[in-house]
Design a protein around this ligand. Structure first.
Ligand code: PBG
Length: 322
């Protein structure tokens, strides 16, 4: 008790603070999400996510090369299709943008960890993450399409596939398809506890994936639930997930902590588009210090229990940590 105890003794100098610091960020913690489309020489800024772009494969390879020099070791790819249809056919097309990007990145940077988002919403004309019938998103018929998409990414050379659709049983369906085709070494990073969140707003502009009718509440989780997150994580692990993820991150730090304390498995958290754009907008207005806020946010996600952080701040954060 005070005056014997004086916590300020250990805050006196930067060196002492560093010595007793409990959480350390490292560029190796980050996964850098990127958007890729067909074409050449394309680098179009996404207006709702300043500093993020739609790349063609050639400019994507350049971007990732620069990121790698800054210490980024892992990327997550989202694709923008040439054509959308009711079943999102282009998602599993071996010659689509994501598949071409995976091949080009693995060729240019064999050590890079290439993760692909597996979902149909960017590819479907209705914008839902599954097959739609009479206004309902069907679960079981969607599983086949997701498995075919994951398989196509594996054929292209992806190190990990990351299903983000929230259909029941998708991790098992994908594991079975991968193993059946001999891709036993391709890992599954499951968006296990993915909430129906308003924080995905800017991403839906970036990926042109907003649902054309209704919302995603019949498949993504209710933001009010955390017991359910543990059940979802448990199911995905039983089905063969190698890494589980909580998404979004900042409004769900309690869920991150809960999952970390309940399961001893690698845990990822997605610092999503809305979290990114809010910070960038406030910084742009001069209301907050961008660099300090980025590091504080990422530190808080790691402190909550995330081992891996998917973040659009990855490059800037890696530079700040040098
Ligand atoms: C696709 C998907 C979404 C995100 C990642 N994968 C959007 C959604 O579910 O509507 C969100 C990423 C972000 O906001 O940064 N299902």
């Amino acid at each position: 008790m005070f005056p014997v105890s004086r916590p300020r003794r250990l805050r006196r100098t930067a060196a002492i603070r560093e010595m007793v610091r409990e959480t350390r960020l490292d560029a190796g913690d980050f996964v850098y999400p990127l958007f890729v489309r067909q074409g050449r020489g394309i680098k179009n800024e996404i207006s709702a996510m300043p500093g993020n772009y739609h790349f063609s494969v050639d400019t994507l390879v350049e971007e990732v090369g620069q990121a790698a020099e800054e210490g980024i070791r892992s990327v997550l790819l989202f694709g923008l299709p040439e054509r959308k249809d009711a079943v999102g056919s282009e998602a599993s097309d071996d010659d689509a943008a994501v598949q071409s990007a995976v091949r080009a990145l693995k060729k240019a940077y064999p050590e890079l960890i290439v993760i692909t988002d597996v979902c149909l919403c960017e590819y479907t004309s209705h914008g839902h993450c599954g097959v739609v019938d009479e206004g309902r998103v069907l679960n079981d018929p969607t599983l086949e399409l997701l498995a075919a998409t994951a398989l196509s990414h594996a054929r292209a050379g992806a190190d990990m596939v990351a299903p983000s659709d929230m259909m029941d049983g998708r991790v098992g369906a994908i594991r079975e398809a991968l193993d059946g085709a001999g891709h036993t070494e391709v890992a599954i990073l499951s968006y296990a506890a993915k909430y129906a969140s308003a924080f995905y707003g800017p991403f839906r502009e970036a990926a042109d994936s907003a649902p054309k009718f209704g919302d995603r509440f019949s498949y993504q989780m209710d933001p009010a639930n955390s017991d359910e997150a543990l059940r979802e994580v448990g199911m995905d692990l039983d089905e063969g997930a190698d890494i589980v993820m909580v998404k979004p991150a900042l409004a769900y730090l309690d869920v991150i902590r809960l999952v970390k304390e309940s399961y001893s498995v690698p845990l990822a958290a997605y610092n999503v588009s809305g979290e990114y754009s809010m910070l960038m907008a406030a910084a742009e207005k001069g209301w907050i210090d961008r660099e300090r806020t980025i590091l504080e946010v990422l530190t808080s996600i790691k402190r909550a229990g995330a081992d891996i952080i998917l973040t659009y701040h990855a490059r800037e954060a890696a530079r700040l940590l040098r």
